[in-house]
Design a protein around this ligand. Structure first.
Ligand code: CA
Length: 222
């Protein structure tokens, strides 16, 4: 899952990027509101971590413009202590959650997982489709009750497909969830991961839609 971190404090931004990377997210980090707005208009993000006190354009402005574009990307705002008013303004402007600085990186990662899950309409923490289950918190995948070992990228591809059951994802859409800026992108990478996933799980779980991309059909209930 790819997330955008918007934080002008170098130490905190660095810690957020490192912490979320460790939790399995691909993270883009920008340091002002204008750069944030540009990134949000051009890249697909599963969620945004947004500091409110930013140079050039405030976090609140970034948030209001995002929602004015009818963009429903989940947003978690970061606020300083003793700024209840900021929190209220942020939530009223369309933020989905907030954390007060200083905060724990593990909690930030858990809250982002919850936001992404709710945005996809999932109430349960694990993503399930028939005999397949994926737990974003523990990074575990089981199929027909057995644990399946996946690489970090294979896990991310599977997660993208499971968050979009019955929808065709293009190769570019899947790739966009795998890499942050500056990551070296391997060629044919999505095809290779899909190939491995089919081999480790079951070939019929992931369909190829010729000339378009890939789709995971929703499993039929008996
Ligand atoms: Ca700040």
């Amino acid at each position: 899952m790819r997330v955008l971190a918007v934080e002008d404090d170098a130490l905190l931004g660095d810690a957020i990027q490192a912490g979320l990377k460790q939790a399995g997210f691909a993270v883009d980090w920008v340091k002002d509101g204008v750069a944030a707005q540009h990134a949000l208009e051009t890249e697909p993000y599963a969620a945004v971590v947004l500091d409110l006190g930013l140079p050039r354009l405030s976090g609140l402005d970034v948030l209001q413009r995002l929602r004015a574009r009818r963009d429903a990307t989940p947003v978690l705002i970061l606020t300083a202590r003793d700024t209840v008013e900021d929190r209220i303004k942020g939530l009223d402007a369309g933020a989905d959650d907030y954390l007060v600085k200083p905060f724990d990186m593990g909690e930030l990662a858990a809250r982002l997982r919850a936001l992404v899950r709710r945005a996809s309409g999932e109430a349960a923490p694990a993503l399930c489709n028939g005999a397949l289950a994926l737990d974003p918190a523990s990074h575990r995948v089981t199929y027909q009750g057995l644990s399946v070992e996946l690489s970090a990228k294979e896990f991310a591809v599977l997660q993208a497909l499971m968050l979009n059951l019955d929808y065709v994802l293009t190769r570019a859409q899947i790739e966009a969830q795998l890499y942050a800026w500056g990551d070296e992108i391997e060629s044919n990478t999505v095809e290779v991961h899909i190939h491995h996933l089919r081999r480790k799980l079951a070939p019929e779980l992931i369909q190829t839609v010729r000339g378009v991309g890939y789709l995971m059909p929703r499993a039929q209930a008996d």
